[in-house]
Design a protein around this ligand. Structure first.
Ligand code: BYC
Length: 318
């Protein structure tokens, strides 16, 4: 058996036996590339995802709400950092992955290309967007690549708090004045369908799913996760007294799941190609953050270099 074949066999055995693939292990080049693609896009989503919520930090309706939102947005930045670090363990350079985002070569979640126009949107983002993210990420805690899997465990714990803070805002508004309830319903109407699109295209149109499932990068298909999310969320909407904006939504007694209406995939394709309502504004904000933060990176690098030099001088003097 050639050396390459032996490595491949060992890799396949690990996948088969649920042993995590670690950064220094041999892995097929396509496995590495696919992981860098998915994890870096996931990192971009976390970072771009801070923007619609940060929009409301200064206008949160109370100090308590402000503190919770501030903490949530900071958590998202942390998630981005764990995930960029995970791509670095695969040999990617962080600067390159960030440039890919800024130059339109990399995607990020469709959901962050919609505007957050009222405070109720902050509740619905936590409830639906973080809810959909958890649905997907709990599955990813069992992904075959060690650093990605471990990052997901921590991220899921934080996402659970995010989902609860969002649902609590929604409940508060839905049980509040008629105007507040109307705001909550309006936000649900606008965010429902884009949230369902977060799970990605239907399995039959998903170009990476088959290979990703075989390599256990993904552990469930896009459609199965979407269905589980709908089945969990419908009773939550009912409890809040809100109506899901889908006339075709109904319980299917035979299958034990909710049937739901057709997703507008042309809207999804349009958004992920860069033509959603907020795509340009999101990328502009990220580019500005990079430019405006250049002096901080330079100062940190200079400090680090000086510290290293001093340590070397001390060592050679000893
Ligand atoms: N949006 O073959 P497919 C968060 C692309 S953020 C945009 O099924 P895959 C949060 C896909 O990339 C959480 N593009 O792909 C943060 C591919 O194009 P490329 C974000 C999408 O990878 C702040 C093409 O369509 N979560 O929680 O097998 C505040 C074909 O798709 C989308 C993650 O990133 C989409 N929704 O499956 C609040 C989870 N869906 O790359 C909350 C990690 C698909 O060939 N990612 N595309 O050009 C995944 O689990 C998988 O990448 C997906 C898609 C299930 C999303």
């Amino acid at each position: 058996m050639s050396k390459e074949k032996a490595f491949e066999q060992e890799f396949e055995n690990k996948i088969e036996n649920e042993i995590k693939i670690e950064p220094r292990d041999w892995m097929p080049e396509k496995y590495r590339e696919n992981l860098i693609r998915q994890i870096s896009q996931h990192a971009h989503s976390e970072v771009v995802g801070m923007l619609p919520e940060a929009n409301w930090i200064t206008r949160a309706p109370s100090l308590r709400r402000k503190v919770a939102l501030l903490a949530k947005v900071q958590d998202e930045a942390g998630h981005g950092l764990y995930l960029y670090s995970a791509t670095e363990t695969l040999g990617a350079r962080r600067e390159d992955t960030v440039d890919d985002l800024h130059e339109g070569r990399a995607k990020y979640s469709n959901i962050f290309n919609y505007p957050s126009v009222t405070w109720a949107d902050i509740g619905v983002i936590g409830w639906l967007v973080d809810g959909a993210a958890i649905q997907n990420q709990v599955m990813l805690t069992r992904t075959s690549y060690g650093p990605y899997s471990r990052a997901m465990v921590r991220i899921c714990k934080e996402e659970s708090f995010h989902q609860r803070q969002g649902y609590e805002i929604v409940l508060h508004m839905a049980k509040g004045t008629p105007e507040q309830k109307e705001m909550a319903q309006d936000a649900l109407n606008r965010w429902w369908w884009p949230s369902l699109m977060m799970f990605g295209p239907s399995d039959k149109d998903s170009k990476h799913s088959q290979q990703s499932l075989a390599w256990k990068i993904k552990r469930q298909g896009n459609d199965e996760l979407r269905q589980e999310f709908i089945d969990k969320t419908v009773p939550q909407a009912k409890y809040a007294g809100l109506t899901i904006p889908d006339p075709d939504l109904k319980w299917n007694e035979e299958k034990g799941v909710h049937d739901f209406g057709e997703i507008d995939w042309s809207e999804f394709m349009n958004v992920i190609k860069g033509n959603g309502p907020m795509n340009r504004s999101r990328i502009k904000a990220r580019k500005a953050a990079k430019e405006n933060g250049a002096w901080v990176r330079e100062a940190a690098t200079a400090y680090h270099e000086k510290k290293m030099k001093r340590a070397q001088q001390k060592q050679s003097a000893a």
